[in-house]
Ligand binder design. Sequence first.
Ligand SMILES: [Zn+2]
Length: 344
Amino acid sequence: MGNTGPAELLAIWEAGLAHHGPGRALLLHRAARPETAADELLSLPVGEREADLYALRRALFGERMQIRAECGACGEAMEFDLDARDLGVRPGERDGPLRVEEGEWTIEFRLPTVADVEAAAQAAAEAGGRLGVGADSGVGADVDSGAYRDVGVGADSGAYGDVGVGADSGAYGTGGVGVDSGAYGDSGAYGDSASDSHRAEAEREPIATATATATATATATARARRALLARCIVSAHRSGRPIPADRLPAAELPEPVRRRLAEAAERADPAADVTLNVACPECGEATRAELDIASYLWAELDHWARDLLLDVHLLATAYGWSEPQILALSPLRRRYYLELCADG
Ligand SMILES: [Zn+2]
């Protein structure tokens, strides 16, 4: 998992402050795959990046992801945990484009890449309307490229073990969420950071990045989806006659064709868009919320970095150590010294 020591992570965080959604996502992706060039990262299918980011998230902060969403019907705040191991399925290897036949249409297309999604979001933004809801980072890259995967989640915030996660399309990601018994080893490199335990406000805030889909963005999303579709069509035939891709306004493809394209893309790249379907414990209504791992992980990194800088400040003040010296301490030792400071 490359350069993910505390000093490197702080540098990534610092660089990310100057960016928004797509730039931060790229920085995180480079942290996950430091050996891969940036333009190669941008040309990967979206789900490939998401899988890399889920893996990075597991390595840094552990498997259990705390999610907060608001009920779209009654406004109830819902909190629940997801297991990061169940998310981020990599798209399968394939040679050649995907193919959909529907009515008189035959369409060949490729999976949307990270660059496609960003360009589509850009196009949609220029056509009016900002994409992505909530999440402090401005979810620029968060175009959902179809009616992708639905994950059913029981939002009972208590028992972790019985949160059911399973794709309701049947074929993918089925299986109960594993209970991780809180064993030390699988909480990730920074999952058990010093700052969580020694502070008065030790209650760790769940990182809220599953954003409820708002109606206001639906039009922009639809626009982005069309732009996305148009970029990814490799060839189109209608009643056997070829139609040049540049003369094919994706918006004019019949709805059943577009739906089939979205479904085919979803099957081929299920992790490209993880949508949580959360049942409200108060009113029973279901709310759909997008889980954007890049925004989620950024929010978490931001939280971690600010806590770590505070630790550095406290230890530097108490002992006169330099930042590199403090960062070189293991989290356990840092916590121990901080506790000694607090006791003294
Ligand atoms: Zn509700």
